[in-house]
Design a protein around this ligand. Sequence first.
Ligand code: URA
Length: 235
Amino acid sequence: MIRLDKFICSAGSYSRKEAKKLIKDGKVRADGSVCRNADMKIDENKAVVEINGRAVSYSRFSYIIMNKPSGAVCSNDEKGERTVFDILPPELMRKGLFTAGRLDKDTVGLLIITDDGDFSHRLMSPKKHVEKVYYAEGKGKLLKNAEEMFKEGMLLGDERLKSARLNVLYNDGETIKAEITVSEGKYHQVKRMLYKAGIETTYLKRIKIGGLSLDENLKEGDARIMTADEMRLIF
Ligand code: URA
């Protein structure tokens, strides 16, 4: 049994505040009757719930997008560090959530938080080729053949990386701005690739996963439930 407002959040990709408003405005029916009580407990497996006359079902898993701020770590174990879960709005918090892939403490941008292991696996598996796009700023002198180095698949340590793309947006010989596209997620991958190409990263932001771009209306530190349309854009 769960609260009606929680059911609405999960089933319709609404925030808790929006769900409460829908309920208060009489837009929600549970088993045929309008229900204006957000606290009412319903059986998520049996109740027939309609939002604006459209039947919806409870989503077993949570899919959250966050615009990760700098200074928060992508980890469940605290060890005194501020984690992305510490800044998750309480209404989105659930047991079993983890980040689908990790961003470094100082990296900002698009992060997916879920409790669906299969989904996370598909997102991260290099075999699935879900591209991740980063915007980077850095200092140093970019090697002349940097773009080819990225394209050919760089050797990092004893590991050969998959082909990646470097799209230089600005380069004055001392600083650069660039977009980097990778389809795997090795430790510090983008920073290490840039370093090999002569650049020390000073700012890194993930701006895209598959076809899903970072929602520019989502301020750094904000998070919300992913919509069904956004979900379809990923794979
Ligand atoms: N590559 C990095 O170096 N850092 C990140 O946070 C993500 C990709």
